[in-house]
Design a protein around this ligand. Structure first.
Ligand code: ADP
Ligand code: MG
Length: 249
């Protein structure tokens, strides 16, 4: 087995006296699609945020492509973290677009600022990825002229324009009206088909079952159970997993 793209070892994370992650071990391999499910407050977002150094572990390690970016020392090298952030793209529930910039300008911004690309080059790349997410006709629109599904697709294009090796999605469709969920899932499905390594947190159980190579069920800061979608959804082993799946399906 080749080395994992992401290697999480005994990750603990506390906020004050509250321990949110209680010893997470997780490997994600190249091209793998790992879906994290679990009740609200179980630590799913905190785990994803630890994967790209938006949070530092209280103890334990997170390695990305074999490099240790964050550890319990509480210190990290800015340059390495900046590099990590270009390797891992992240899409949030809230789209976080700049309201005063058009779609194409939103997708260009980080390329110019972080990747130090020229404006022309950044625009070319931005146009390529906006086309990819089906927004060729919307490039010059401002966020408030776009639907939620379109805004989220701009956010995905913005992440992809950095040409990451790994994509993290944290409830990317949770803020969308039901009729707009499909257009965003379609883009994620296409990335999966292209072999992108992904970690997704989602409440869309059918989508999780369809797209995931592996499903991880978290509760109270721990991985309770993991397995292939068919096993986890149809024959969960733990009582807590059963209860959760019965509630959400
Ligand atoms: P999930 O994504 O599974 O709903 P989260 O990782 O967002 O769970 O949150 C788990 C717990 O951690 C929640 O109780 C939340 O209030 C707490 N938490 C998350 N971030 C912070 C923070 N920056 N400071 C204090 N508590 C936090
Ligand atoms: Mg969350």
């Amino acid at each position: 087995m080749p080395k994992p793209m992401i290697e999480v070892t005994q990750l603990h994370k506390s906020f004050g006296s509250l321990e949110i992650l209680k010893g997470i071990d997780l490997d994600v391999h190249q091209g793998e699609i790992v879906v994290i499910i679990g009740p609200s407050g179980s630590g799913k977002s905190t785990l994803l945020r630890c994967l790209n150094c938006l949070e530092l572990p209280t103890s334990g390690t997170v390695k990305v492509e074999g490099e240790n970016f964050a550890d319990s020392s509480g210190r990290y090298n800015e340059k390495r973290v900046a590099k990590l952030r270009t390797e891992i793209g992240m899409v949030f529930q809230s789209f976080n677009l700049f309201p005063m910039m058009t779609a194409v300008e939103n997708v260009m911004a980080a390329q110019v600022k972080i990747r130090k690309k020229s404006k022309e080059e950044a625009r070319k790349t931005a146009e390529k990825y906006l086309k990819k997410v089906g927004l060729a006709e919307r490039m010059d629109h401002y966020p408030d002229q776009l639907s939620g599904g379109q805004k989220q697709r701009v956010a995905i294009a913005r992440a992809l324009a950095m040409e990451p090796h790994i994509m993290l999605f944290d409830e990317a469709t949770s803020a969308l009206d039901p009729e707009l969920v499909g257009e965003v899932l379609k883009v994620i499905r296409e990335l999966a088909d292209e072999g992108m390594t992904m970690v997704l947190v989602t409440h869309e159980m059918r989508f999780a079952e369809e797209i995931g190579d592996r499903i991880i069920f978290m509760d109270k800061g721990m991985i309770v159970e993991e397995g292939k979608p068919d096993e986890l959804f149809n024959a969960p082993k733990h009582q807590r997993t059963k209860l959760f799946i019965n509630q959400v399906l």
